[in-house]
Write a protein that binds this ligand. Structure first.
Ligand SMILES: [Zn+2]
Length: 480
């Protein structure tokens, strides 16, 4: 009321200015309105795209995990068929089964990778050129380097004759169809547990965010001790591991050669056969050509199928788990982590014209063995693989194996592979690379000084972050 009275008084005195003011006012209002509208359009687009990326990432991870579970079940059924082939004294069938298991450890994960691409594309994700090129490059590395470096002693054996060429072909074919969801826990990329700070993504993120607490909690003394790039220890030489299992979405199985009586009594084995739908009795199995024969059996690799270290109330990262994890789920193991990137075009002037939405999701197959004492973990039968997998679940990204490798963050992988050695020789390089920019900031003494001073006053405020939201999405990561 008061406002309208004032305006009224003003119009009586100065009619001409009133019109001019109104036009200016109207224009300003319109301009503001247009910005508000455009901004809302942007906001809507960003939210919609974010939802799409989350759905696509989750769907891709679940699809991959489903095929991992199916492959594990197949490996288990082949173990049991192996028993039957031995009982029937059919050595040709035994050889064929063992050979098929060796191949399954690669073809199963490749099916998982391919299925995850379809799931991502069905959820409006487009082919990511950088991730596609990266996978194609890796296929060439396998084809040329893995095969060439095999001389019977160096590096690793082929799991079956011609394996590396066939594995490379599968990778190439999947890359040819275009990668929309990148495998983020692939084992061919450097494991940050080598312990070199320059290989830890969290180090760069701490610099970018001036997160001094990270230094206090994880690299105490570094801010004070550091003088120049000459300070860093040399980078470790990273050999490819020895693979009996795919480096991408591996099943975590390994062949062991031993008599099956070391794993089972005959009646327990007969029970497993019946559980899987094969008819067999213990008397048939309890003959020396089955129980005593030294054969190749597929078992869970205990290095992969280990206890959860992170999903437990008292785990190293105090993951927010309430209550007890059910016994049949209380095991880490084969899992899939997928990364999806989506671009958002902005229309509001003055805003960055292109935004990136990134989502990382993890899933794993779960199963259990039924026994008289209730549900038991899938590997409860002395590690022997049996068909046990029944469902898949999303799991926190931090809890997934190898998720800290970020093997589909192409910028990160290129930084570690191609930029670190020149940096150690010559110091920070000017580059478009985000991580090189962080190193340039790190080299400034004033920057590190600021951190030391802040910590000398405030280090008591630093807390190890609990799980929860993360600006990168898809769960948390250590060191945040
Ligand atoms: Zn770089």
């Amino acid at each position: 009321m008061k406002g309208s009275a004032c305006r009224h008084a003003a119009c009586n005195c100065q009619p001409p200015r009133r019109a001019g003011q109104a036009v200016v006012f109207l224009l300003l209002t319109l301009t503001a309105l247009v910005f508000v509208l455009l901004f809302n359009v942007d906001l809507h687009r960003v939210i919609q795209r974010k939802n799409q990326t989350q759905n696509a990432g989750d769907a891709a991870a679940l699809a991959a995990a489903r095929w991992q579970g199916a492959s594990l079940n197949l490996a288990g059924e082949l173990n049991l068929m192996h028993v039957l082939a031995l009982a029937a004294q059919n050595p040709a069938a035994v050889d064929a089964i063992t050979n098929m298991q060796a191949r399954l450890c690669f073809t199963g994960p490749m099916t998982a990778l391919f299925a995850s691409q379809i799931a991502a594309k069905n959820n409006q994700m487009y082919v990511d050129e950088a991730m596609t090129a990266f996978l194609r490059e890796h296929a060439e590395t396998v084809r040329v380097r893995y095969a060439a470096s095999f001389d019977g002693s160096l590096f690793f054996n082929e799991p079956w004759p011609g394996a590396w060429g066939q594995y490379a072909d599968m990778l190439t074919r999947i890359a040819d169809a275009g990668i929309a969801a990148g495998p983020d826990n692939a084992q061919f990329f450097i494991d940050p547990s080598y312990g070199h700070p320059l290989m830890e993504k969290a180090f760069y993120e701490a610099i970018e965010g001036a997160n001094w607490c990270w230094f206090h909690l994880y690299r105490r003394g570094l801010l004070e001790e550091y003088e120049s790039f000459r300070y860093w220890p040399p980078l470790p030489d990273v050999d490819p591991g020895a693979y009996s299992d795919s480096e991408i979405f591996g099943l975590g199985l390994r062949p062991v050669e031993l008599p099956i009586k070391n794993l089972f009594a005959a009646d327990a084995l007969a029970e497993s056969l019946r559980g899987a739908g094969f008819t067999a009795d213990a008397a048939m199995l309890n003959v020396t050509n089955v129980m005593d024969a030294h054969e190749i059996w597929y078992v869970y690799d205990p290095g992969v199928w280990s206890a959860w270290s992170r999903i437990r109330p008292d785990g190293e990262d105090s993951f927010p788990v309430t209550g007890q994890v059910r016994p049949e789920y209380d095991k880490a193991g084969a899992d899939a982590v997928l990364r999806v990137n989506a671009a958002v075009e902005r229309v509001t002037p003055g805003m960055e014209s292109r935004g990136q939405v990134v989502w990382t999701a993890a899933a794993k197959p779960f199963g259990y063995l039924d026994s008289d004492s209730g549900k038991q973990r899938a590997d409860a039968a002395a590690g022997f693989v049996l068909p046990a997998f029944r469902n898949v679940r999303l799991i926190p990204v931090d809890a997934a194996s190898g998720s800290e490798n970020s093997s589909s963050d192409v910028e990160w992988v290129r930084h570690v592979r191609s930029h670190l050695r020149p940096y150690l020789e010559l110091g920070p390089r000017s580059a478009a690379c985000r991580y090189c920019q962080a190193l340039a900031v790190w080299e400034k003494a004033a920057f590190r000084q600021e951190g030391s001073e802040w910590l000398s006053q405030n280090s008591h405020l630093c807390r190890i972050p609990a799980g929860g939201g993360s600006r990168r999405g898809g769960g948390t990561r250590r060191g945040h």
